[in-house]
Write a protein that binds this ligand. Structure first.
Ligand code: BTN
Length: 248
């Protein structure tokens, strides 16, 4: 199957689509496209020469894995934009479930794990253009290869799942994503958040979160709020954390 079927699904939903053989980063392509066209779209590239992870990390991007960025004209209040991360994360998991019943887990806010090994990551950026607010969400899923990293263990779908063919998988992914997007547009947040929470690592545990200014906060991971933030019990108070990394 080629990427043509994906184009059809996306166009039905008023999204433009392009498939590239190679690019520096689909996040950069997406940013350029959005500035020029102010229109929702998705880009998939077979290879990235300078893949971008969160917090300035590099995202290993050889051929054989998924590298995709897509834009959403924001219909949510600005502080809720991390709900788009949740939308993508649960849609990825639901697409994997069409192949096998494997326990895919999420590490808040946007890492995707199998048996404590990371195989996918999501990054979201917010753009204000001509008085319109857009979110570009990029995600990478290791299908065929994975890098060996010092910070955490990694894996790829090939080690645990029947997912092999990228266009087939992405077709299923986009079908699921647009269904979930409709739920988000209708305000049926609880459904989406509940799916996310069921597969969340460390909920109920004492965790350490590294915040964007690099300070560490230790507390009990209580819940995910309806804006996608993490509710932490810290001393006797409750904190809502909007950005950070849970240390493992
Ligand atoms: C993370 O650090 O976990 C997020 C990784 C996001 C990687 C994807 S791959 C497609 C898109 N293009 C990029 O350069 N980065 C994102």
């Amino acid at each position: 199957m080629s990427f043509n079927n994906i184009k059809i699904i996306l166009e039905k939903n008023n999204y433009k689509f392009s498939h590239l053989k190679k690019t520096e980063s689909t996040m950069l392509e997406a940013q350029r496209y959005l500035k020029k066209n102010l229109q929702n779209f998705a880009i998939i590239s077979d290879i990235q020469t300078n893949g971008k992870g969160r917090r300035g990390n590099i995202w290993h991007s050889p051929k054989g894995n998924i590298y995709c960025s897509m834009s959403f004209k924001n219909f949510l209040e600005k502080d809720k934009f991390s709900l788009f991360n949740i939308l993508i994360a649960i849609s990825i998991k639901m697409a994997f479930l069409k192949y096998d019943n494997k326990e895919i887990k999420f590490k808040w806010p946007n890492d995707i794990f199998f048996e404590n090994k990371k195989f996918g990551g999501i990054i979201a950026e917010n753009y204000e253009l001509s008085n319109q607010n857009f979110i570009i969400v990029g995600f990478g899923i290791n299908i065929l290869t994975y890098p060996k990293l010092e910070k955490y263990e990694t894996t790829c779908a090939n080690e645990f799942s029947k997912v092999k063919n990228i266009p087939d998988f992405m077709k299923i992914f986009f079908q699921i994503l647009f269904k979930n997007l409709k739920l988000l547009q209708k305000g049926e947040l609880a459904k989406l958040i509940n799916i996310y929470k069921k597969s969340l690592m460390f909920i109920g545990d004492i965790i350490e979160i590294q915040t964007i200014n690099k300070s560490i906060i230790k507390g009990k991971f209580i819940d995910i709020n309806h804006d996608g933030s993490l509710k932490l019990k810290y001393n006797k108070n409750f904190l809502n954390i909007y950005n950070g990394t849970i240390k493992i």
